[in-house]
Design a protein around this ligand. Structure first.
Ligand code: CO
Length: 174
């Protein structure tokens, strides 16, 4: 396994719509393993492929820190089929270091995705799993959680976000 650098806000890949995964091969398998290792090192609970500069429709979720019965898992070509309810919860993102804010999202979702071996699965999710699934799904659409926060909070965070974008934009353009 290997650690992959996580790109930060200001990098154009974070704003692209990711492409479907078609090959369920060794490469996909090792990408998932490396993403899980990278996420753990960053103490994150979710990581989407665009965050490691790979514009593919997949992400990993690991809630072992919260519930040790839950295994880290890869979700490939995910879809949200239906949603229910809404609640506010504080989110952060490994691509936007140092920023946390409340985001309103549905509570319960019905999802469809393929497992790492390509098997089609439909599931109902709630709680933190549903929350993280939606945050990671947004990454595949080029959406960041800061796009969904209250306008007043966004205004307050604007200087800090601009600063981060400036710092990281310089890093990736060299
Ligand atoms: Co994120």
């Amino acid at each position: 396994m290997a650690i992959i650098p996580i790109i930060k806000i200001g990098h154009p890949t974070l704003r692209k719509v990711a492409q479907p995964v078609s090959d369920f091969d060794d490469e996909l398998n090792s990408l998932a393993e490396n993403m899980i290792e990278t996420m753990r090192l960053g103490e994150g609970i979710g990581l989407a492929a665009p965050q490691v500069n790979i514009s593919k429709r997949m992400f990993v979720i690991d809630l072992k820190l919260i519930d040790e019965n839950l295994e880290a898992k890869a979700y490939i070509n995910p879809k949200i089929l239906s949603t229910e309810g809404s609640e506010s919860f504080e989110e952060g993102c490994l691509s936007i270091p140092g920023i946390r804010a409340e985001v309103i999202r549905p509570v319960k979702i019905e999802v469809q995705y393929q497992t790492i071996s390509g098997e089609q699965t439909t599931e109902e999710l709630d709680g933190l799993t549903a929350r993280v699934f939606q945050h990671e799904f947004d990454h595949l659409e080029g959406i960041l959680f800061i796009d969904k926060i209250a306008p007043l909070k966004k205004k307050l965070l604007e200087p800090k976000l601009k600063e981060l974008e400036g710092v990281f934009a310089n890093q990736w353009t060299g």
